[in-house]
Design a protein around this ligand. Sequence first.
Ligand SMILES: Nc1nc2c(c(=O)[nH]1)N[C@H]1C(S)=C(S)[C@@H](COP(=O)(O)O)O[C@H]1N2
Ligand SMILES: [Mo]
Length: 384
Amino acid sequence: MNLKRLLRRLPEPPSESDFRSPVHDERVAARIGLWLGVAFGLCFATGLLSHGIQNPPGWFTWPTRPVSLYRITQGVHVVSGIASIPLLLAKLWSVYPKLFSRPAIRSLPHALERGSILVLVAAAFFELATGLFNVAQNYPWSFFFPTAHYAAAWIAVGALLVHIAVKLPVIRTALRRPVREPEEASKRTSALSRRGFLLGTGAATGAAVLATAGSTVPWLRDMSVLAWRSGKGPQGVPVNRTATAAGVARVNPQWTLEVVGPRTARFTLAQLQAMPQVEAELPIACVEGWSASAHWTGVRVADLLKAAGAEPMSTVVVESLERAGKYRSSVLPPIHAADPLTLLALRLNGEELDIDHGYPCRLIAPSRPGVLQTKWVSRLEVMP
Ligand SMILES: Nc1nc2c(c(=O)[nH]1)N[C@H]1C(S)=C(S)[C@@H](COP(=O)(O)O)O[C@H]1N2
Ligand SMILES: [Mo]
């Protein structure tokens, strides 16, 4: 009895029609949805590429040219992800009154459609949040980021395709209708606030991109106040993992490079320095969304392979002095091993390689993710 009376005294929940702002409108939602769809599409495609390069299936080859190809695709990945954050928030703001449309569930297809939106929103938030923490090099979770981020991307895209398919007729009409219709000319406020909201969303998206893209776009560096890597570090290049963190701060003076092929060859640092030196301008492009170009000098991997009696067109495992750590080794596919710009670098920007950049020698190859540019190399092994 008491409970009934209490319930009666609670305010009625709002209904969809209580939200009168002109921003809650299909024309606004469809336009922002279109921009968001483009950003998500770019982010998904470039993410698949990055995943493919790091876990290549048999049929996949990633070209070695242009040398900045990975820098560009990963830059697009991070920038489109950043742009998606304000776009997603604006899109949700435009449509959230639909949460209060009643009846909440009209039919089974309607229930499935609403369920797919729940999945879409959850997966999109997960992707953008984990991606953002990742570029901030902050991992406040226990799962392995690449696996979770990759899996949730498929969930988000699947739910997005369902959403677009269901809404296609609505999207079509909404996009064809002008944001400001002629009969609204007198009611200036409503038409203006729709345009204003779209312009504001565009401006917020632009600002988010400009504030961060300098991490990877050199000419935006000075403008990007929120960029996570500013280009500081020894020899003008940021450091991802320091020698101390990797446990290799003191290199044994007896260090030699071992090249295991049909016959095994060993090189001291002096011997490497006496070999033909190649100079190249190549970027380090970290999957975490920063990149920096630098001037490298070193020995061609192809020359080392020949010295070990191997074909340059070989699959080569590159191993580091680092004992543990996910990135202590990487694999060079044949076209990357044979590329004349794939180097074991001994010098960076005119100086002997800093210990934090991989002294005595580190791999630097064109169009590779930073995570595959192994530092403190001790061994190359040609796969049979
Ligand atoms: N042995 C080893 N090499 C490594 C890493 C590592 O953790 N261990 N990190 C990689 C990553 S993620 C990047 S982005 C580049 C960065 O190189 P830098 O620190 O010289 O800028 O080194 C790569 N090489
Ligand atoms: Mo990296």
